[in-house]
Design a protein around this ligand. Structure first.
Ligand code: HEC
Length: 228
């Protein structure tokens, strides 16, 4: 099978964005083709589109095809899946490093290779919760301390239990700022006045913790971006 013979070469060349096609009919003569590689957000799924250069935009039809395929493959959780879309739209898959097989989107791929490895369990959920709790706890501490300011005032003195912070209404237009504010803009607004502190960068660990705390206090509240 062509796909099998070409597999090793493809694996080596995918990073460069160019695959080498070993044409069996031409007695092993090599012919270069362009490929564009798209990774799913979990980095465990990758789609190689043949016939499109690595610096070339996918056509809307191909882009939708790739998006649909990645979404479809996300059903398989932690499995490493490499998919290839040939120029004639034929799709082949390699699951966990196994040889490529033909695949019809939505149908069952070699599922026995995927199950078992895939499901997150109670232990994972406990770890996720502990990580979140840690961040929220740090935010709670900062919210109740004078550390983000300079004049001894803490957020909680005006917003006990994060009351009246209304994170669910962001983003929204803030008249004082004359622009659409994100929650973090309001956090910084209050840090500067009344706390007389210095603005925090969006990825500052203190900003992340404050956002986590404020949002966690409003769990279950309906999202209403822009509400005044
Ligand atoms: C002196 C009292 C005071 C302190 C201290 C204070 N705020 Fe505020 N905060 C306010 C007031 C008053 C408003 C309402 C402003 C408005 O409606 O635009 C507000 C608005 C907000 C909002 C937006 C609320 C909404 O309904 O849109 C957020 C978020 C917020 N504060 C976070 C914080 C954080 C975080 C801190 C600590 C860094 C803090 N505040 C400290 C008085 C305070």
């Amino acid at each position: 099978m062509k796909t099998l013979r070409a597999f090793g070469v493809i694996a080596a060349c995918v990073a460069a964005g160019v695959g080498l096609y070993v044409d069996s009919r031409a007695g092993g003569a090599e012919e270069a083709w362009a490929t564009r590689t798209v990774y799913a957000c979990d980095h465990h799924k990758v789609v190689v589109v043949e016939g499109v250069r690595s610096d070339e935009k996918l056509s809307p039809r191909k882009a939708q095809q790739v998006a649909d395929l990645l979404t479809d493959l996300m059903r398989y959780c932690n499995a490493e899946v490499k998919a290839r879309i040939a120029t004639n739209d034929l799709i082949t898959l390699s699951v966990n490093g196994m040889p490529y097989v033909q695949y019809v989107p939505g149908s069952e791929p070699p599922i026995e290779l995927v199950r078992g490895k895939s499901d997150y369990g109670d232990r994972d959920r406990a770890i996720w919760k502990a990580e979140l709790d840690k961040l929220v706890k740090e935010g709670d501490r900062l919210f109740h301390s004078d550390e983000v300011g300079t004049n001894g005032i803490a957020c909680a003195m005006c917003h006990p239990h994060a009351s009246n912070t209304h994170p669910e209404t962001y983003p929204k237009f803030q008249i004082e700022m004359k622009k659409v504010a994100l929650l973090r803009d309001m956090v910084n607004w209050c840090i500067e006045n009344p706390l007389e502190g210095t603005k925090l960068a969006a990825d500052d660990p203190k900003m992340r913790a404050l956002e986590a705390y404020i949002l966690s206090q409003r769990s279950g509240v309906k999202m209403e971006a822009g509400k005044h």
